[in-house]
Design a protein around this ligand. Structure first.
Ligand code: P6P
Length: 283
């Protein structure tokens, strides 16, 4: 799998360069979720597809920017599911964005995720890689190379609260729960970019990121295969938890379509336990 991670490092520098040099603006197309595609979305997807086309261990790709599964090689082992530039609309207000990768072996479902990685394009380029055995590893681009910085471990309880979704469309019990955390002194940290928002909570020791079911998005907004499940591995391996609105582990999700979404909650044990109580979920 090292060939996949080395490829992601190359991709990271190419997409970072595209962010800094390519023209912004919308293309004249939509992705499978009906979202208008930015030129950078399309450009980033092309960079990733080209990069993995020559990696022998990769048999197929699933992209937020593509409809179905792109077969690359019958002899490959892994399917890489990715969001090439998550939160891309934040680039034109100069906020951090990211790429998310889930590496699956076998059927495309949570239990078959063998590793995940994400890249944060911010003041620095940072890469985090997780497998099923160890804590996530943080790397930082220094002098044109990624240097290992540290393993990521979360505390039992954090201080940050990233509360996603349109508040007027939250369920009453969700609003009461979020308000309770703020009443306990949690600080709001929400940029609208899943990658930097989840990265910040992990690196700052913990807290809660929530994107619940809402009246306008009853199945949540974030995609299972290339957003929710890859980050679920990160949070669990960092000592946190990642569940849906029924208390099920996000790593046990079984999407029926490559672009299925799920309500999702990522956090430290204290916050997830408090959420389960607020949602009437048995511990
Ligand atoms: P909202 C970006 O569009 C994204 O897919 C994630 O990166 C982010 O967490 C979420 O949507 C933000 O959605 O509805 O809070 O603007």
């Amino acid at each position: 799998m090292n060939d996949i991670f080395e490829t992601i490092k190359k991709i990271a520098f190419e997409i970072d360069n595209a962010i800094k040099t390519e023209e912004l603006g919308y293309s004249d197309s939509e992705n499978s979720s009906g979202e208008e595609q930015l030129k950078l979305d399309v450009q980033s997807d092309i960079i990733i597809e080209k990069a993995f086309a020559s990696v022998a261990s990769v048999k197929a790709l699933v992209s937020e920017e593509k409809e179905g599964v792109l077969e690359l090689s019958k002899s490959g082992t892994y399917t890489v599911c990715y969001d090439p530039l998550d939160g891309s609309s934040l680039v034109d207000v100069n906020l951090s964005v990211g790429s998310i990768f889930g590496v699956y072996e076998g059927e495309l479902e949570g239990k078959n995720l063998v590793a995940s990685a994400y890249v944060v394009y911010g003041p620095r380029i940072e890469l985090v890689i997780a497998d099923r055995k160890e804590a996530p590893k943080l790397y930082r681009a220094i002098g044109g190379e990624f240097k290992f910085i540290s393993e990521i471990k979360m505390n039992e309880k954090g201080k940050l609260n990233a509360s996603g979704g349109t508040q007027q469309n939250w369920a009453d019990y969700h609003k009461a729960f979020i308000d309770k955390l703020f009443a306990e002194g949690y600080r709001l940290r929400y940029s609208g970019g899943m990658v930097p928002d989840l990265h910040q909570i992990m690196l700052k020791g913990g807290g809660l990121f929530s994107y619940p079911a809402t009246t306008d998005k009853p199945n949540g907004k974030l995609r299972q295969l290339f957003e929710v499940i890859p980050f679920a591995l990160m949070y669990e391996q960092a000592g946190g938890e990642a569940i849906n609105d029924k208390g099920e582990r996000l790593l046990e999700l079984v999407p029926s379509h490559p672009h299925d979404t799920s309500p999702c909650f990522f956090g430290s044990h204290y916050e997830i336990s408090a959420l389960k109580k607020a949602y009437g979920i048995e511990e």
